[in-house]
Design a protein around this ligand. Structure first.
Ligand SMILES: *Cc1c(COP(=O)(O)O)cnc(C)c1O
Length: 454
């Protein structure tokens, strides 16, 4: 009769060649933990069912290896975005340009002059690096880069509006997502919210009344993820700024996406640009690094020097400061704009500027390669809290499958996982958001799924 004494001991297992290989790959402590946990499981199962056979040494090692593989497998991995949503927040927003990745890589590998002034041989400021490019690009007097735009808004309000009245239109009391709500952020910063106008209509005169009180600040939040249509009105930013400046007050503009190029050139609605805000006379503008800008996650704050200096000195600035990789990456992405090569180098701008002919050609090549599917017309969206309700014409690979949910799940199980979308029981793949370097992997993944489904 089999007893638990027949089970190999940890020591015996460790004598095997396979165990030595596992130790080389995964390290001794983790390998030991895995072997022990597999043996514990076997013992527990055996106690419940003493008639069963005990697994062989080989089986135990295979189980230990699979356990180890699962433990060390990274959970954050690259995926193929065939969804057609260019700035998909759940899929990590903007993929980066080669120069951006190189810049982030090189400052991470070695020491850098992050906070060291090479000229003077003494302590410098981490903010000086990207500041220069931002000044050149936008004409802003001063700049500071923080972790993301949500922290930028919190920092700006904490530094400039603590215990002050902040006048904002009711149409802009929005939730950005992930629980980031403008009224809550204001409360957090110590600002006193003063609402003017209504959800759909706010007049300049609504602001006028509230701007007579000293120690007030005007905030504009770009309604980046929804659209109010119909009977609506909002004064021009320039008019609000003039009114505020006349009363000796300043204006903060949370642009959200912060486009530097006019999105209208891609047949989309016009997303307000950073340059326009500054031209309207706004005192402090903040926007995201990884939305339409197409760079790494960051919050960029630019504006008048005296105000930016106050923001830089606020204790929260330290808490939300950007790291060296972010600063190097943002600078490298901004340089593409400065060198007028943004559309050629920044992946999301390349996606926006693809011609329909190019997209159709790629979708056709996919159907040819797969020997199935149809090329159909469809729509891509910008996503990522920019240009709500706007879409761009595209061509899609459309597959008719028996069980769409099962098919999508199998696609997600590929390496790299493939994210597609369904519409009317068809599986749709948008070439616009599939990076050229991932096309081969997409086709391999699709062929695998067809084989698995057979
Ligand atoms: C996206 C967005 C934010 C938040 O920016 P993150 O970079 O995601 O932190 C803040 N305000 C507006 C208007 C936005 O669209």
């Amino acid at each position: 009769m089999t007893t638990l004494r027949d089970l190999p001991s940890v020591e015996q297992i460790l004598q095997t060649q396979t165990a030595a290989e596992l130790i080389a790959d995964y390290g001794r402590p983790l390998t030991l933990t895995a072997i022990r946990s597999i043996l514990d499981e076997i013992r527990a199962r055996f106690k419940l069912n003493p008639q069963a056979d005990l697994p062989s040494m080989d089986t135990i090692l295979v189980q230990a290896e699979s356990q180890l593989f699962n433990w060390i497998r990274p959970t954050l991995v690259p995926v193929i975005n065939a969804s057609g949503v260019i700035l998909h927040t759940n899929l990590g927003r903007a993929p980066l340009s080669d120069a951006t990745i190189r810049a982030m890589d090189s400052v991470s590998r070695t020491y850098s002059n992050l906070e060291y002034d090479l000229e003077k041989g003494m302590r410098g400021s981490r903010l000086s690096h990207a500041e220069f490019v931002l000044q050149r690009l936008t004409g802003a007097e001063s700049a500071i880069i923080v972790n993301n735009n949500a922290s930028a808004v919190l920092l700006v309000l904490s530094a400039l509006a603590n215990k002050k009245r902040v006048v904002i239109s009711r149409s802009q009391l929005v939730e950005i997502g992930g629980g980031f709500r403008v009224p809550d952020v204001m409360k957090q910063s110590g600002a006193k919210l003063v609402e003017v106008g209504t959800t759909n209509k706010t007049h300049l005169s609504d602001y006028e009344q509230e701007l007579q009180v000293a120690g007030t600040l005007v905030m504009r939040v770009h309604p980046s993820n929804f659209k109010v249509v119909g009977f609506t009105e909002e004064p021009e930013l320039k008019e609000i700024v003039e009114l505020a400046h006349k009363a000796g007050l300043f204006v903060v503009d949370d642009l959200g996406s912060g486009a530097l190029l006019d999105t209208a050139r891609y047949g989309l609605a016009h997303e307000p640009t950073v340059q326009e805000s500054l031209a309207a006379g706004v005192d402090v503008v903040c926007f995201s690094g990884d939305k339409l800008l197409g760079g790494p996650q960051a919050g960029i704050i630019i504006g008048k020097k005296d105000l930016i200096d106050r923001i830089k000195k606020h204790p929260l600035a330290r808490a939300v400061r950007a790291d060296k990789a972010c600063l190097a990456g943002v600078s490298a992405t901004l340089l593409h704009y400065l060198k007028d090569e943004a559309e050629r180098e920044i992946p999301i701008l390349k996606m926006l500027s693809l011609s329909l002919k190019q997209i159709k050609g790629r979708a056709e090549a996919w159907t040819n390669e797969l020997g199935q599917g149809q090329v159909v017309e469809g729509e891509s969206t910008v996503g990522g809290g920019s240009l709500p309700g706007e879409s761009m014409k595209t061509f899609l690979l459309s597959l008719t499958v028996k069980s769409p949910d099962k098919f999508l799940k199998k696609l997600r199980g590929q390496n790299p996982p493939i994210i597609a979308r369904t519409e009317n029981d068809k599986i749709l793949f948008d070439p616009r958001t599939v990076l050229p370097g991932q096309e081969g992997a997409l086709l391999v993944g699709l062929k695998n799924v067809f084989e698995e489904i057979q």
